[in-house]
Design a protein around this ligand. Structure first.
Ligand SMILES: Nc1ncnc2c1ncn2[C@@H]1O[C@H](COP(=O)(O)OS(=O)(=O)O)[C@@H](OP(=O)(O)O)[C@H]1O
Ligand SMILES: [Mg+2]
Ligand SMILES: [Mg+2]
Ligand SMILES: [Mg+2]
Length: 398
């Protein structure tokens, strides 16, 4: 079979063929949820007194398997794999496949009776006549991925199971109970370009983020500041994870010993570097550069896709992340919940442009003031001041 080279941010598709699933015997997700519901716990526990170790292990497994699926697709990416959703944003077989894998793994590993998932994708387009072929491909990918883990080897999912797994992400979330929050591929544009993307999974308990897992298959294990994309020896593939009150850890996606990570302790903004969206349509680059100038930041912006920015910042690759969407854009909780906890547990601060902490308890949207800013505790006061001044200048120039 032909192979693909993914190097220096470009993808060369050489084949349209993906391997067939090893197993074809269908297992209904319904029967799966019945058997798992018998294990459901009836005792609600409060966020502050809980350990989330079991959920964390399940989330790491789910995100790592989803990353495996995404890596396979990114290596073989075809234009035909990229569809446009009704809001014109791209979606690929990997976005759907990743969402299905995470949903199935979480339900298999944990109590499925109380399972609630707030996730980006839904199966609407896949249920249409023209979505049939794509659905077939997603089902094969999902089954191949699950079969690659020995625990799930013998029970392939049917098309209906895959559709149901994707649609389990329709929860509205909210302030009570536990809700998983998933972006199956954050940075789909980066994914399609062959650049950075992340599988971002968080758990909310009573409206607060208590777990955050970020799988970043293309992020170098060493700092992005010293990253050399020409170096074939350079290792990539990071898994960041955080549990409330327990710090943030990073390991390689192929399973190295985890190391505890911290945001930078820099206190001079002149020495800081800052991250922003790769896509200018997603964040006002002019505004970020005006803020950076006020702070005296000398380094040029580091533009990378997705919540990989939160991961990179949590280990001190850069000191500041600025995100100012164009007017009218409403942020979604899955674009920030996991990244928020990864940074907060590494000692960083994430707020809106007015200094308010992010509120994930209000449903699928994040309602906030103007934008999102992220840095360490020492730099935050100066950053807030620069943000306020730049926003005032911007509004008085309109
Ligand atoms: N107009 C607009 N403004 C702001 N943000 C938008 C906009 N459109 C999309 N999105 C969301 O941006 C997510 C990608 O995150 P980033 O901006 O960090 O990455 S990127 O550099 O743009 O690729 C991206 O996440 P994914 O859809 O999961 O890729 C979107 O949720
Ligand atoms: Mg999207
Ligand atoms: Mg996203
Ligand atoms: Mg996405």
């Amino acid at each position: 079979m032909a192979t693909f080279a993914v190097s220096s941010g470009t993808i060369n598709p050489l084949t349209r063929t993906l391997p067939l699933a090893k197993n074809t015997k269908p297992l209904s997700l319904f029967s799966l949820s019945i058997s798992l519901s018998l294990k459901a716990s009836k005792t609600p526990l409060r966020a502050s007194s809980m350990s989330y170790d079991k959920q964390l292990a399940a989330a790491k497994k789910a995100a790592s398997l989803a990353a495996r699926l995404c890596q396979k697709v990114q290596k073989a990416l075809l234009q035909a794999d990229v569809q446009s959703k009704s809001d014109k944003s791209p979606v690929t077989v990997a976005d759907y496949g990743s969402q299905a894998v995470v949903s199935v793994v979480l339900q298999k590993e944990l109590d499925s009776a109380s399972f609630s998932l707030v996730a980006e994708e839904d199966s609407g387009d896949l249920r249409k006549e023209e979505g049939k072929e794509t659905l077939q491909r997603i089902m094969k990918l999902v089954n191949e991925t699950l079969a690659s883990d020995e625990t799930y080897g013998n029970a392939p999912l049917s098309e209906e199971d895959v559709l149901a797994a994707i649609d389990s992400g329709r929860s509205e979330g909210g302030p009570s109970g536990q809700h998983w929050v998933l972006d199956p591929i954050d940075g789909t544009k980066g994914f399609v370009r062959g650049d950075q993307y992340a599988i971002a999974l968080a758990l909310l308990d009573e409206g607060k983020a208590v777990l955050g897992v970020l799988a970043c298959p293309n992020l170098p294990l060493s700092s992005v500041a010293s990253h050399n994309p020409q170096d074939p020896q350079e290792k990539v593939g990071c898994l960041f994870y955080a549990q409330v009150g327990s710090g943030t850890y990073m390991q390689s996606l192929d399973g190295s010993t985890p190391i505890k990570v911290h945001v930078t302790d820099l206190d001079n903004p002149e020495d800081a570097s800052f991250f922003e969206s790769f896509e200018a349509a997603h964040s006002l680059h002019d505004l970020s550069s005006s803020i950076a100038k006020k702070l005296g930041v000398k380094a040029p912006p580091v533009r990378i896709d997705s919540q990989a920015k939160y991961g990179a910042l949590s280990r001190g690759d850069g000191a500041i992340y600025l995100r100012f969407p164009h007017k009218g854009y409403r942020e979604k909780i899955w674009d920030h919940a996991a990244g928020y906890l990864v940074v907060a547990e590494a000692g960083g601060v994430v707020s809106d442009a007015a200094g308010n902490t992010l509120d994930f308890s209000r449903g699928r949207y994040l309602d906030l003031h103007e934008g999102i800013i992220v840095t360490n505790q020492k730099l935050m006061p100066a950053l807030l001041k620069a943000v306020k001044e730049s926003l005032n200048e911007k509004s008085s120039s309109l």
